[in-house]
Design a protein around this ligand. Structure first.
Ligand code: URP
Ligand code: ZN
Ligand code: ZN
Ligand code: ZN
Length: 472
């Protein structure tokens, strides 16, 4: 038979088109699309179900060493297992440089954390926290050439943040070598000033995390990041955009012809600041992330931005900290002031079903826009397209077969090693009936059927969201 596997009677959705087809797979890749394909050694009847490209989660945190005693609950095994069961077949977590560490050493460290453990294919973004002359002149250029073509820089967090001069230095390397710079835009000094003031007033419950990071601090840093990128003349991507004021800055930049891309995440569509607590209950720690979730009106602004092209990618920002100790939100069992609550929330498995349910089936975005945001654009932004992020001849056979039907999100049904989900009790209207990675069924709707270590490391090419500008 010409095919290892044929997925028959699919309703194939790409970022551009929706059409009925059989999908012929050989050697882990899609080799033919069409009606009435010949027999495969194996066959799956998709029976008219929607089939999308496997998700590309371009912002998730796996096995990042934290300041002791805090630690992440998911490494590459449980993190990619959870991803697969929610329809994600490529992840791009971070290889984070500690201050004083060489970037090369950070990359080697993350390879030893991931090697032999992943269930789906993965690449790395770098986190540049210490842009020394050696990092700028030697390590970054050579790592970009070796397939680490994107990096995140932070304008906040003491152990990660860069000052404006350092941001300019790093952006200049991105320009020269065609890398994609992701920017975490919040004003660190404003946050510190507000935090101290809240602490002096005894306001240290989780909900005050949101008071310490109002939208103004995100708006100011977003504006500054845009200005710095304009000065250097390089595209940037603003990560985890939370609401109206940051969106306004990005619309302004776009209106002026600047190549400013933006990412948002499920927490800005499905959570509000009230989820951090309406009283001083510590349960609010479960939703502490930065920027914090805003309010219902801001959720609508984010939905509008997804629908109208303001946002380029939709990522989970999965940050796997348990609620009850092993040293997550309650380090050593203690309820700590919000300053010490590890930032970030889990969501690698719920990202695709939440957006499919409320976005596509809720009538807010088209099926093709869903594919673009969750798979095609992240693959293009980080140099993995067309191998990843689309259903096309020659692409990897990374597929999700969707099943519509009401269900309720329960952490007990998820596959991460975090002890809660911020979306407990949330109703969804669809879930992957099957996830295929390079032609292997790794989730059959009930059982996780992968082998540890089958996921491969991917070297990224240059970003292809648009042709690289020529300059001389
Ligand atoms: O609160 C968040 N988002 N934590 C994860 C790290 C980051 O800044 O993305
Ligand atoms: Zn961030
Ligand atoms: Zn993050
Ligand atoms: Zn040049």
């Amino acid at each position: 038979t010409p095919f290892d596997l044929v997925v028959r009677n699919a309703l194939v959705a790409t970022a551009a088109d929706t059409f009925p087809a059989d999908i012929g797979i050989r050697g882990g890749r899609i080799v033919q699309l069409g009606e009435g394909l010949g027999a495969g050694a194996k066959e799956i009847d998709a029976a008219g179900r929607v089939v999308t490209p496997g998700g590309v989660d371009a912002h998730c945190h796996l096995d990042q060493p934290m300041e002791p005693p805090v630690r992440m609950a998911d490494g590459f095994d449980s993190g990619t297992r959870s991803a697969a069961c929610g329809g994600t077949t490529t992840v791009i977590p971070f290889a984070a440089q500690a201050k004083g560490q060489s970037l090369r050493a950070a990359v080697l460290d993350y390879h030893s954390r991931s090697e032999g453990r992943a269930h789906v294919d993965y690449a790395f973004h770098l986190i540049v926290s210490d842009p020394t002359p050696t990092v700028l002149k030697e390590e970054l250029p050579s790592l970009i050439a070796e397939g680490y073509t994107s990096f995140k820089i932070y304008m906040t967090y003491d152990d990660l943040k860069l000052d404006d001069g350092q941001v300019l230095d790093v952006l200049d390397i991105a320009r020269e070598h065609g890398a994609m710079a992701m920017i975490h835009a919040e004003n660190a000094d404003c946050i510190e000033w507000l935090t101290k003031r809240l602490e002096a007033a005894g306001r240290t419950a989780p909900r005050y995390h949101a008071h310490a990071r109002p939208m103004l601090v995100e708006r100011e840093a977003t504006h500054r990041a845009i200005a710095l990128s304009q000065l250097v003349d390089v595209p940037i991507l603003i990560v985890h955009v939370s609401g109206r004021e940051a969106v306004e800055q990005i619309r302004w930049a776009r209106g002026h012809g600047l190549q400013v891309y933006a990412e948002t995440c499920p927490q800005y569509l499905f959570l509000t600041a009230e989820d951090l607590g309406i009283d001083d209950s510590y349960h609010g720690a479960k939703c502490v992330c930065s920027p914090p979730p805003r309010d219902k009106a801001n959720q609508e602004v984010i939905w509008d931005g997804l629908a109208d092209g303001l946002f380029t990618v939709f990522s989970s920002d999965h940050a796997p900290f348990k609620f009850d100790s092993p040293e997550g939100k309650k380090p050593e069992g203690k309820e700590v002031p919000f300053r010490h609550i590890p930032n970030g929330i889990p969501g690698i498995e719920t990202r695709m079903p939440l957006l499919y349910s409320e976005g596509v089936l809720g009538g807010r975005i088209s099926l093709n826009k869903f594919v673009e945001l969750t798979a095609t654009n992240p693959a293009k932004a980080y140099g993995l397209h067309p191998r990843k992020g689309t259903i096309a001849v020659g692409a990897d056979a990374d597929l999700v077969i969707w099943q519509e039907g009401e269900r309720t999100i329960r952490n007990a049904d998820l596959h991460h090693d975090v002890d809660y989900t911020p979306y407990e009790g949330q109703r969804v209207k669809a879930w992957p009936a099957m996830t295929l990675s390079r032609g292997d069924v790794i989730w059959d709707g009930t059982n996780f059927t992968s082998k540890t270590g089958r996921g491969k490391f991917l070297r990224c090419g240059v970003p292809t969201l648009q042709p690289r500008r020529r300059h001389g």
